[in-house]
Write a protein that binds this ligand. Structure first.
Ligand code: ACO
Length: 326
């Protein structure tokens, strides 16, 4: 049987660090509130000239280097983002040009924080169906440019960054064992950037009403996320006849430390077997899972033969998991 396996990973984050204390000069908040409610201590913020494709390029180059591959070896580029360079064209096409990946097809996936795992599932399907042999999947976000820096309920949460993985076909007993994607559009209004699209095209009025910034019903989103992720992880393991004790590492989307802990508790997984970096990056949306995966690989926390589980929940609403034998 042909499977898709992850040959290499890479990540890239902007240099500038914004701490919780720095945020105190922008909105009425405190380090204690942010740490206690979210687990975030600091986040990376892109500079004025940087766009999502610049961070994607850094992550993609790192993944190519680590696999000793050239961009021309890629058959397909998928970029998961909700903060792309422009509405048109796709960030994936801009990345393809920058990489000079002449042979590759390129498109974006919009599934908010679940985007990278959605991208993995698409790559997995293409590889298993033998349409493509080698696929680059990137999660890249610059949410800081869509953040209302006067809204304390959202501006303390998000950060910028990118993570990438290169997938290849293999006949060996390794790689993606299952990739599950789900959505429930009836909750689309929990998380939205209402202005600038075809519903409310950019105008003086949309800008005056700050509609081009992310709005989130945080508390409702929190409750749905906890319930949904708890079910998702148990279902994914059950379907693959694996017990939580057989899981070497859980790599969750980094939206809130309380959500991560609730999922780990449901699986009775000690926190040593959960990848956590939310304290340093905040919620980087589609970039969070691949950055965490890359850091786990680099730190030697993922070894050959290990079972690892990626999971995420995000706007849409969407949720997704990928069970991988490394
Ligand atoms: N500093 C100080 N106080 C604050 C801040 C802040 N930054 N933000 C809100 N508060 C206040 C609120 O005004 C409220 O005050 P009140 O009780 O006087 O009204 C109080 O703190 C509690 O607010 P809640 O919103 O109920 O706080 P909660 O415990 O729910 O935490 C949070 C908020 C962190 C946003 C949480 O709800 C959360 O993490 N939600 C889920 C996020 C998520 O998973 N998103 C999905 C992925 S994101 C994507 O797809 C791009």
């Amino acid at each position: 049987m042909i499977r898709a396996w992850i040959v290499s990973t890479g990540s890239f984050v902007p240099e500038r660090i914004l701490t919780n204390d720095d945020l105190k000069s922008l909105v009425d908040t405190s380090d204690e509130w942010i740490m206690e409610r979210t687990g975030i201590r600091e986040r990376r913020i892109a500079d004025k000239t940087e766009a999502a494709s610049d961070l994607a390029y850094g992550a993609a180059k790192a993944a190519l280097k680590s696999a000793d591959l050239k961009a021309r070896d890629l058959d397909l580029i998928i970029v998961a983002t909700v903060s792309g360079d422009m509405l048109l064209p796709s960030t994936a096409c801009i990345l393809q040009d920058r990489l000079n990946a002449k042979k590759a097809a390129a498109f974006d996936v919009n599934a908010a924080c679940s985007g990278f795992i959605y991208g993995l599932s698409v790559a997995n399907a293409y590889i298993k169906s033998k349409l493509f042999k080698r696929v680059l999947v990137v999660g890249a976000e610059i949410l800081s440019k869509f953040t209302d820096w006067e809204d304390r309920t959202t501006c303390v949460l998000f950060g910028d960054g990118a993570g990438a993985a290169i997938l290849e076909a293999t006949a060996e007993e390794k790689g993606i064992l299952s990739a599950k994607i789900h959505s429930d559009g009836s909750m689309w209004d929990l998380l939205q950037t209402p202005g600038g699209g075809s519903r409310k095209p950019a105008s003086r009025e949309t800008i005056r009403r700050r509609l081009h910034f992310i709005k989130m019903k945080g508390n409702e989103t929190f409750k749905v996320a906890v319930r949904t992720l708890e079910n998702l992880v148990t279902e994914t393991l059950d379907e693959n006849n694996l017990k939580p004790s057989q899981l070497s590492l859980l790599i969750p989307h980094q939206a809130n430390l309380r959500i991560i802990k609730a999922t780990a508790e449901r699986l009775k997984l000690p926190l040593e077997r959960v990848m956590i970096n939310i304290d340093r990056y905040g919620n980087t949306s589609a970039a969070s899972v691949p950055i965490a995966l890359d850091e786990a690989v680099k730190a030697g926390r993922v070894k050959e033969g290990d079972h690892i589980l990626l999971e995420a929940f995000g706007g849409g609403v969407t949720w997704a998991s990928a069970l991988i034998k490394w």
